[in-house]
Design a protein around this ligand. Structure first.
Ligand code: 9PG
Length: 478
């Protein structure tokens, strides 16, 4: 594996610049900040595993900022510099900018096969970011299907969701004429991570029994999976220890912290794992699910010892998601979450571009004291998804759900309004998790507004005729 390295020295005073960064995966922070400030580094290892790139986390030094795939430096007048990798299928591009006295040093290190990297000085940073990201999207055959309106079980029922909860909400949504396209079952239906075809006790049924009922009510069926994760007590873990990502001593690597402890990951450079993943997605499709929310996807590119050590982390990830796409079928809808971003272009239809929304505005203690910018809360979700506006050309963005309910929520009326407006500005998928029975007239009206897909804020796409003359402007597919 090669590690090509580029560097540039800029004769500009660091105090003149702001830096636009892009975090590694869906939940990692993306932001625009003065270069002289300090990028936040999560203070606990499991938070770095789950919210940053453990192989390239923020350094924590003042005046040093790290970014993935692309980086922009902005001068007060809007000019500056933009760097971007021009192919992301097999290679992670690690950008670092460093204030150094009267100068600024920039490096780009490629983890994986050598790919072209653009570095441009420009009078219009925003325009250049949009042009280079659109170029990356085009060259990787980005999929940007029409956005869908989704009801998702997570942000109200969490892991105690039942089959009846799903059906009750779908029936009520139909009664109220709520314009959802998809009803998506989230985490909680499965016996364990990896044991997806066996139900949990509390679900009160089997996930395969849901799609036919949803279709009768006029909805498509969606299912959540964390397809690359393996619970240490799961049957999959016991049956196939050879399929797991290892640490240097050859034992399965356990990392992160969720579901009450650490978890293992599938090694997607192992050919049998790819067969298993294809079959898993095909099984869900055969059950009637044509929309999959595939989550915790960074597990396939977590640093560790793989069956085929010559495969880059980006390539290992890509093989895993391609196997899922093959199993689901080209006409199925694939939403990535907790996913390395640019390496997903052309495989994913939609992508979570920020951390989770929660029924409160901020989690200041974890954000400020523990340095975790990916902790669920409305503020973090909006902050990061807004800072990734240019990724509309990579996939359909999913800025996460609107929360319209007043019960079981700490959001004030103003905060609900802010969430509604900012989700609309970001665009992409429209989603809700509110139990429909919790919504009064005002709540239903807020929910209906949030499901309206407006486009006027989306950038105009210029379409040229063969002769080069502009024939029409369109609103694009966003
Ligand atoms: C299901 C959930 C929902 C949600 C996903 C994801 O860093 N963390 O500890 C962390 C845990 C869970 C999480 C995000 C971050 O949520 O984004 O929509 O599907 O999993 O478990």
């Amino acid at each position: 594996m090669t590690t090509p390295h580029h560097h540039w020295t800029l004769d500009v005073h660091p105090s003149e610049l702001r830096v636009l960064t892009n975090g590694y995966q869906s939940w990692s922070e993306a932001e625009l900040r003065p270069l002289t400030e300090t990028q936040t580094r999560a203070s606990l290892e499991w938070m770095i595993d789950q919210g940053q790139d453990p192989a390239f986390p923020p350094s924590g030094e003042a005046g040093v900022w790290r970014s993935h795939s692309l980086l922009a430096l902005i001068r007060p007048g809007g000019g500056g510099w933009v760097g971007a990798q021009l192919d992301a299928a097999h290679t992670f591009a690690h950008w670092e900018v460093r204030a150094a006295g009267e100068q600024v040093l920039v490096t780009c290190t490629l983890e994986g096969p050598d790919v072209a990297v653009a570095w441009e000085e420009t009078s219009n940073v925003i325009g250049t970011v949009e042009r280079l990201s659109a170029q990356l999207g085009q060259s990787m055959h980005a999929r940007t299907p029409a956005p869908l309106r989704v009801w998702c079980s997570w942000y109200s029922y969490y892991r105690s969701v039942t089959l009846d909860n799903m059906l009750d909400n779908a029936r009520l949504a139909k009664q109220h004429g709520l314009p959802f396209d998809v009803f998506q079952l989230d985490d909680g239906f499965q016996a364990d991570l990896g044991d997806w075809t066996e139900p949990s006790e509390q679900f009160g049924g089997h996930a395969k029994d849901l799609p036919a009922e949803l279709r009768k009510l006029g909805f498509r069926a969606g299912l959540w999976l964390a397809p690359f994760l393996v619970g240490p007590n799961s049957k999959l873990f016991a049956a196939h220890p050879d399929w797991l990502l290892k640490n240097r001593s050859g034992t399965p690597l356990l990392f992160g912290h969720n579901w009450g402890g650490q978890y293992a990951a599938l090694d997607t450079t192992h050919p049998e794992v790819l067969v298993w993943l294809r079959e898993l997605a095909a099984t869900c499709r055969a059950w009637g699910y044509d929309y999959l929310k595939v989550d915790f996807l960074y597990a396939a590119s977590h640093p560790g010892v793989r069956h085929d050590p010559s495969v880059s982390r980006a390539e290992a990830y890509r093989r895993g998601i391609q196997a899922l796409r093959e199993g689901l079928g080209d006409d199925g809808f694939l939403l990535g979450c907790g996913a390395p971003l640019s390496a997903s272009i052309g495989v994913m239809d939609a992508m979570r571009t920020g951390p989770d929304v929660a029924p409160y505005w901020d989690d200041e203690a974890r954000r400020m004291l523990l340095g975790d910018g990916s902790v669920p809360c409305s503020r973090n979700a909006l902050h990061t998804a807004l800072s990734r506006w240019y990724q509309q050309t990579w996939y359909q963005p999913d800025p996460d759900v609107m929360i319209a309910r007043r019960e079981r929520s700490l959001l004030s009326d103003d905060e609900r309004g802010a969430l509604l407006g900012m989700l609309d500005v970001i665009g992409g998928l429209r989603a809700s998790s509110d139990p429909v029975e919790m919504l009064d007239e005002a709540g239903l009206s807020l929910l209906r507004q949030s499901l309206e897909i407006s486009t006027p804020d989306r950038p105009l796409t210029l379409t040229e005729s063969h002769g080069g003359a502009v024939t029409h402007f369109s609103r694009g597919t966003f």
